[in-house]
Design a protein around this ligand. Structure first.
Ligand code: GLN
Length: 454
């Protein structure tokens, strides 16, 4: 009830699209009843969770923050949300996000941007971006409206908003969390993960969210490790690689300082620090912004006015007119930009020059990481090239916005687990995040390094 009251108080953040207090209260009641009956408590008994509005929730409107899904009420529950309810959690509401998870600032939502609860301490009072695309999740957790929220990460959408708002978030290995019932953006990259106040809470939530699901063909058929029980801030015997290509030109001194601090903390925890090279890093961003839009253009073909949500049927219009009118009205500008890029790079004559080339680059990036693992067990980098920027600062310049993903995209292309944890404040008092990347399936190593930083 305290959480419900907080959500009401914090309307100005615009983090929630739908509130479902009855769902959260039912979970709390179930937890109380189980306790009274002397049953063993479930791992998330009664915990009120915020759900990014990309997860289909049975009977509760789900929009991906797009007009095109207006009126869509899923008749099914996503596997990830069902797993959370099975672990005893309840849903406080559906969280705002960038439309179809495309963006880095939450400004592409059809339902208004989300505001970060943080403000600069140096007088600038402009409202700040909470990061994106999981900006409702980051803002809600940072403002303590909920102890944890789900996010999804295609190219950084859990890690960058976590960094911008001083919270933790982990994208697990591709395939750990089922994609079933999660609205698709770029299917070969999309992964769900938790966003929470600290590393331990992330471990507990991820344990509940992950697991094999026969309904997702890319789901990993592996047991879920006991990550929370395995948490240890001791990194003795671990080698942590510092990839020299991430020292990008024009990197702000504060980000350099953050990185050095992080290196010091991991060394204090017993890790050996080694310099490594990931030579194809600079091609990751361009490859991502070909592959992700290509997959998106295909995934978003299903929003045709027939099957889901919005239908625009002008007087006397035919089928083609209905498709065109629905898609013209329903999709926001960033989504249309991605569909156009995607269809272009997949079109006959351009396919080999763009899409095939980008897939080759993706393979080279994965190979860079494989080679790095011969020298180290984990990698440490900054999460983003800057602290949170002001709302509106980058929204007119898509390239500037895309550049924000420079450190998060390579590990997405390689399907590796990666986490952002708070690494201190910049001169304006804004949070900065450190990113830990691990080998495939080594969420435990990533979480342990996260704990050592925290
Ligand atoms: N900012 C990136 C994009 O716009 C990543 C988004 C995401 O991870 N969902 O594509």
């Amino acid at each position: 009830e305290a959480f419900n009251a907080n959500v009401a108080k914090a309307k100005a953040l615009n983090a929630f699209l739908v509130e479902t207090p009855e769902h959260a209260l039912a979970a709390a009641d179930a937890a109380d009843a189980a306790r009274a009956a002397g049953e063993e408590a479930k791992p998330l008994a009664g915990v009120p969770i915020g759900m990014k509005d990309l997860f289909c929730t049975k009977g509760v409107a789900t929009t991906a923050a797009s007009e095109i899904l207006g009126g869509f009420v899923p008749p099914y529950e996503s596997t990830v949300s069902q797993n959370l309810w099975d672990a005893g959690a309840g849903m406080l509401g559906k969280l705002n996000m960038d439309q179809f998870a495309m963006g880095s600032s939450n400004e592409t939502s059809a339902f208004g941007n989300v505001i970060s609860p943080w403000r600069r301490s140096d007088g600038g009072n402009a409202p700040l971006a909470p990061g994106g695309s999981s900006g409702g999740s980051s803002s809600a957790v940072a403002a303590r409206l909920c102890p944890g929220a789900t996010g999804t990460d295609t190219g950084g959408s859990i890690r960058q908003p976590a960094a911008f708002t001083g919270i933790s978030g982990i994208k697990p290995t591709y395939g750990r969390c089922s994609r079933w019932g999660t609205i698709a953006f770029a299917s070969s990259l999309d992964q769900a993960g938790p966003m929470a106040r600290d590393v331990r809470d992330c471990a507990i939530m991820l344990e509940a969210m992950a697991g094999f699901d026969a309904k997702d063909a890319t789901s990993l058929d592996l047991d879920v490790p006991h990550w929370e029980a395995g948490l240890s801030g001791d990194l003795k015997g671990k080698r942590v690689g510092i990839p020299k290509e991430y020292r990008v030109e024009g990197m702000p001194a504060e980000i350099e300082a953050l990185w050095s601090r992080g290196i010091g903390w991991l060394r204090d925890a017993g890790a050996e620090i080694v310099e490594v090279s990931l030579p194809h890093t600079k091609y990751a961003l361009p490859a991502y912004y070909i592959i992700a839009p290509a997959e998106a253009s295909s995934n978003l073909a299903r929003y045709d006015g027939v099957r889901y949500g919005l239908r625009d049927l002008p007087e006397g219009a035919g089928l083609q007119d209905m498709y065109a009118a629905t898609r013209a009205d329903g999709f926001g500008p960033e989504v249309k930009r991605r569909i156009m890029i995607g269809t272009y790079v997949l079109s006959a004559g351009f396919y080999d020059a763009y899409y095939t080339q980008a897939q080759k680059v993706r393979a080279l990036i994965a190979r860079d990481f494989e080679r790095a693992w011969e020298q180290c067990d984990l990698l440490l980098t900054p999460t983003a090239p800057s602290a949170a920027f002001a709302l509106g600062e980058k929204s007119a310049d898509p390239i500037a916005m895309y550049l924000n993903d420079v450190f998060t995209v390579p590990s997405s292309l390689a399907g590796l687990p990666a986490m952002s944890v708070p690494g201190g404040l910049d001169a304006a008092g804004l949070p900065l995040g450190l990113q830990v990347i691990g080998r495939a399936l080594d969420e435990q190593g990533v979480l342990n390094a996260g704990l050592a930083i925290e």
